[in-house]
Design a protein around this ligand. Structure first.
Ligand code: ANZ
Ligand code: ZN
Length: 832
């Protein structure tokens, strides 16, 4: 009989069709099994999938298939983060409509994903650019508006000149646009903001609850981004004016050392302070200059600290001294109160500023061991100490003084304890076309009026021409722009800003629980059953952005009564990058390996296997041609093994029950290996997802099968054990390389599908190693007997023989000339 060759293209298509026809991976929430929701961050439909996607989705797919085999009702959906700038940019470049471009890309990428054999429930597929999706987002917007969770304000915002739109703070990385790396500018604009700061405390409080399932690194990044600081607001009256300046400080213990005041150039009082002073011109010029600077640069440590005197003074409330008021580039208007009491002796920025402008430095915190002198200090002293030059608070340790001063100032009505967050409200207005319209209108009479719920969705018009300069066509598109006011029926204009696409991705995971529901955003029962996501998988680049926004959204939707959970993602896995030649695979580096090409050459199973074998999921993996070749060789080897033995194999089941004592020793050896493999693979994949070591264990089992097959295929019992061990290998490998395993499983004569088989159990007793006795001779004389595992290698036997005490005694002082190992029997050492 001619042995069939491994033809991945053929069998992969066959099984994908079967899975689809038999609706294998479609699930409902009406099911008795425990649920498991595994989700990979959905892709942006950029045109083609890349290796980073393949890695991400392959990890997710193994988890999904594994959990299914372990008896869970598994939800594993896929969709498209379909609004966003690249569609518009492509439209401009290629003169196609963003909608057409997007939907075509989705069609193409869906086929790519299907060719990889992922176990998605495609009946739940969603695209966020579809009116039936964003309709609900617009509804949430209205509910948020009603509750005061969304508001409009004029404020300095991040503007990307290339993208022609504003960016949220989270989307500015070291002063650059997260998408295109352009230098971000500051602009005053009226924008819509989501009040994420209302949830700052809860977002922070829940981080420890996530610590068992989320990487510590992500939790730390979120904690720092939220940036809680506890301190005080203290009032300073302005000398000769009926005004006072409130500062935010975390160091009220240094109040006696405050020698000047620094205001943000944008501080609302500045104009009043400088009017009529001879500093007016200088201050204005300085404000102009600082206005050009980026905020991230302004808050960096290396910033050259600069400022100008306003010509005014304020009074230190405890010392009564007159403190000159400066405007300074490092003070940010949106943090705290936009005003800082400067304590140059104990704050490095203030120190540099004081040295530069010759301002007084007064030490108020003294370390235990030395005495600080303002004239000889070369940096601020920011550590612990006890108070000096601080009146009634002298000699107190500074931590204690913080409390005492807080009490004192509150009692005198000079200040109050407050908490400040670094987190800012989320700017969701975008001046771009390809996004979800914000459902409000501007009426001359009524002002801002929300669109009526029953009039949703406000559909983004598709019959527009995008503009070559990238600006949104909406403000000039009359049919969209002009409407009537829902309140007075008079003429009104629509909002032409669209929503940040991060709004869509903040709740898509919840929509998957009933993606086709038409009369409400969610089905409460399905939502309750499926949420939270049990395992979320995606890139570390979303550590703050998407993961923080989603957490906020869930809490806000919970408080609106839409859901009951507090957190969206119980467990988070951040997979490493795919590297090629040591660098991240990317178009710009020209080191991209195309998944399609690899699937054409080797098949999807090989690509999946390699992605999982090359590194543990959370580590970076290096793409290598020899690595993918190796993965392919292994699948071929498994294929040939089954083809060769097919005549004697039968569908006996996995890890079959046998009487262990009646087995011959190769039979025992195979059985032990089979159970050891179940043990190792289960251990490595169940919670830890260490697929690489699991695959290595399955490879070892295959080697053992090759080594023992000749001996075992002779007897009926041996044939049974071979059948069992091969079945086990197929079951264990099936989440990773599902097509080849299903095919071989079927060829073995099984009538059930492999995808229906449950995860095997190992027999503890079968794990015990079979030991054999080896005789050791030194120069032909029997000197010792050692016991080694049956499958011990020659090297292992050799080193164990040489280490034996009796052998040692006989070779002491001699040179070892030769060591002859007769496998499973004897070692002869020749020594002179
Ligand atoms: C006096 C002082 C003395 C301060 C001292 C520090 C050390 P965190 O911990 O990040 O919240 N600050 C307050 N508002 C500011 C603003 N708008 N722009 C720049 N700096 C501002 O930092 C709080 C400290 O940052 C505050 O405590 C204030 O300086 C400064 F030895 O007040 B401190
Ligand atoms: Zn940009």
């Amino acid at each position: 009989m001619a042995v069939k060759n491994y033809n991945p293209q053929e069998i992969e298509q066959k099984w994908q069709e079967i899975w689809e026809k038999e609706k294998y991976f479609q699930v409902t929430h009406k099911d008795d099994r425990p649920k498991y929701y595994v989700l990979e961050m959905f892709p942006y439909p950029s045109g083609r999938i890349h290796m980073g996607h393949v890695r991400n989705y392959s990890i997710g797919d193994v988890v999904a298939r594994l959990k299914r085999m372990q008896g869970y009702n598994v939800l594993h959906p896929m969709g498209w983060d379909a609004f966003g700038l690249p569609a518009e940019n492509a439209a401009i470049k290629r003169n196609v409509h963003p909608a057409k471009w997007t939907y075509e890309n989705i069609d193409y990428m869906r086929e790519e994903l299907k060719r990889l054999g992922y176990s998605y429930d495609w009946s739940r597929e969603l695209a966020t650019c579809h009116p039936k999706y964003y309709k609900w987002e617009q509804l949430f917007f209205l509910k948020f508006l009603e509750k005061g969770l969304v508001y409009r304000k004029k404020s300095p915002v991040n503007w990307c000149p290339k993208c022609q739109t504003v960016l949220a703070n989270e989307q500015v990385e070291e002063g650059l646009c997260w998408r295109c790396d352009s230098l971000v500018e500051q602009k005053e604009l009226e924008q819509w903001f989501l009040r994420i700061t209302d949830y700052a405390e809860e977002l922070l409080d829940f981080l420890p609850k996530l610590s068992s399932g989320w990487p510590e690194r992500v939790l730390t990044m979120q904690r720092n981004w939220i940036g809680k600081s506890e301190g005080m607001e203290i009032d300073f009256s302005v000398d000769g004016m009926d005004e006072s300046i409130t500062v935010f400080t975390t160091r009220q213990d240094t109040l006696y050392g405050a020698t000047f005041m620094s205001l943000a150039p944008e501080h609302p009082l500045v104009e009043k302070l400088i009017q009529g002073t001879d500093q007016e011109q200088d201050v204005r010029a300085f404000i102009q200059k600082v206005a050009q600077m980026d905020r991230t640069v302004r808050s960096s440590e290396d910033l050259e600290k600069e400022g100008v005197f306003t010509g005014r003074y304020c009074i230190n409330p405890v010392t009564g001294i007159k403190m000159p008021i400066y405007v300074a580039n490092f003070v940010l208007v949106e943090y705290g109160t936009g005003a800082v009491m400067a304590v140059p002796a104990h704050d490095q920025r203030d120190f540099e500023f004081a040295r530069k402008y010759n301002l007084p430095i007064k030490v108020v915190i003294q370390p235990e061991d030395t005495v600080l002198e303002p004239d000889t200090m070369d940096a601020a002293y920011t550590e612990k100490g006890y108070l000096v030059n601080s009146g009634q608070f002298n000699n107190l340790p500074n931590e204690e003084a913080k409390i005492k001063l807080a009490e004192y100032l509150e009692e005198k009505g000079l200040g109050k304890r407050t908490v400040n967050y670094r987190l800012r409200d989320w700017n969701i207005s975008r001046q771009r076309y390809w996004g979800a319209p914000i459902p409000v209108v501007y009426c001359e009479k009524c002002g801002i009026v929300p669109v009526k719920e029953e009039d949703l969705p406000v559909v983004l018009p598709l019959d527009v021409k995008t503009r070559p300069d990238g600006r949104s066509p909406l403000p000039e598109y009359e049919e969209f722009l002009h409407t009537t006011c829902p309140r007075c029926n008079g003429p009104a204009k629509r909002e032409t800003d669209t929503m940040d696409t991060f709004v869509e991705s903040s709740w898509y995971f919840a929509r998957y629980t009933d993606a086709r529901k038409d009369d409400a955003p969610f089905d409460p029962e399905a939502l309750k059953y499926w949420l939270p996501v049990d395992q979320y998988i995606g890139g570390i680049e979303h550590a703050i952005l998407h993961l923080l926004y989603s957490r906020f959204f869930v809490k806000a939707l919970r408080d609106l009564g839409y859901m009951e959970i507090d957190e969206p993602f119980a467990n988070l896995l951040t997979q490493g990058m795919v590297l090629k030649d040591g660098a991240k695979m990317s178009k710009s580096k020209g080191n991209v390996v195309d998944p399609d090409e690899m699937i054409n050459r080797y098949g999807a199973d090989t690509v999946r296997l390699f992605c999982l074998f090359a590194a543990p999921p959370e580590k970076d993996m290096e793409w290598s041609d020899s690595g993918i070749e190796g993965a392919h060789r292994f699948l071929n080897r498994l294929w040939r093994l089954v083809q060769e033995l097919l005549p004697i194999l039968s569908p006996v089941g996995v890890a079959i029950e046998v009487d262990g004592d009646s087995l011959s020793s190769p039979e025992k050896e195979l059985r032990r290996k089979e159970h050891e493999t179940i043990f190792k693979v289960s251990r490595d994949v169940k919670d830890k997802f260490q697929f690489n070591t699991a695959i290595a264990a399955i490879m070892e089992l295959t080697n053992t099968l090759y080594g023992l097959k000749e001996e075992l295929k002779q007897s009926e019992n041996g044939q049974k054990l071979l059948s069992s061990a091969i079945s086990t290998a197929l079951v264990l490998l099936s989440p990773i390389a599902p097509h080849i395993c299903e095919e071989l499983w079927e060829q073995m004569g099984y009538k059930t599908r492999l995808a229906e088989v449950s995860w095997p159990e190992y027999d503890e007793k079968a794990l015990v190693k079979d030991e054999i006795l080896i005789i050791i001779q030194v120069n032909g004389k029997l000197r010792a007997k050692i016991s080694v595992p049956r499958e011990a290698s020659e090297d292992e036997i050799k080193s164990k023989a040489l280490a034996d005490v009796n052998v040692q005694r006989h070779i002491q002082g001699k040179n070892i000339v030769k060591v002859i190992v007769v496998p499973k029997k004897l070692v002869n050492i020749v020594a002179k």
